[in-house]
Design a protein around this ligand. Structure first.
Ligand code: ZN
Length: 236
């Protein structure tokens, strides 16, 4: 029985290691997804800024055309001014020219403001693009590391699978069944636990003295009366 329990402990160790490798692999997938998502998010902020630039360019072209029309209008008014007959007409045209000049200067101010904003946005884009390059470099490196670790994990996992098969072969099927039931009852956790100084290390409850003494014989399967797990004597 002692040998059988040893095999169960070994099996449990193999399963625990395989379990932690599997969760490491799962984590690796989410890490890869998160890295990709980070890059996509960054691309989106750059796209947003590029959209702003396009809008500003459109606006600038509109201002240019407004300015052209307005200058043309002013020129015409100036031409009319040379052919007026009355003072009243003359004064009214002068006033009109003044208004047109004011409007032009207003448009020019807007154009300058637009150019300033374009300049600012271009700077932001250049900065973001630089950051993006650094980020994608770092993402590439991190992905490479994760992929290598995952590959090693998969190799280790297939070795553990083989080990598990070997160990399972030598365990009595009835014992194996009990092991699996207890394991399930403990949500995949420990089914076999050591006892040290009469203390069950699975639940930290003391065993009755008689059971503890029987455990030293090692001739039959024993269970912790508290947590119902299979118990064995811890050597050290
Ligand atoms: Zn216990």
């Amino acid at each position: 029985m002692k040998e059988q329990i040893n095999m169960l402990v070994k099996l449990q160790g193999i399963e625990a290691e395989a379990g932690s490798i599997k969760s490491m692999l799962n984590e690796a997938y989410s890490k890869l997804d998160a890295l990709d998502a980070g890059l996509v998010e960054f691309e989106r902020t750059i796209e947003e800024q590029e959209f702003i630039i396009d809008e500003l360019k459109k606006q600038y072209r509109d201002y240019e055309s407004d300015s052209r029309i307005n200058l043309e209008r002013e020129k015409k008014t100036q031409a009319t001014l040379r052919s007026v007959k009355t003072n009243r007409e003359y004064q009214s045209l002068l006033k009109q020219i003044e208004e047109e000049k004011a409007k032009n200067s207003e448009i020019e101010d807007k154009m300058i403001e637009c150019l300033d904003r374009m300049d600012e946005t271009e700077k932001i884009i250049a900065m973001k693009k630089e950051e993006y390059l650094k980020l994608s470099d770092s993402v590439r490196n991190q992905k490479e590391i994760i992929k290598q670790e995952s590959e090693q994990g998969r190799i280790k996992l297939s070795k553990l699978d083989k080990d598990r098969e070997k160990v399972t072969c030598v365990i009595d099927p009835e014992l194996m069944k009990k092991y699996l039931v207890i394991k399930k009852q403990n949500s995949g956790g420990l089914a076999v636990v050591p006892v040290k100084d009469a203390l069950c290390l699975g639940c930290n409850v003391n065993l009755p003295p008689q059971l503890y003494n029987e455990l030293f014989l090692g001739d039959s399967l024993k269970f912790c009366p508290n947590c119902q797990r299979i118990i064995y004597l811890k050597n050290s």
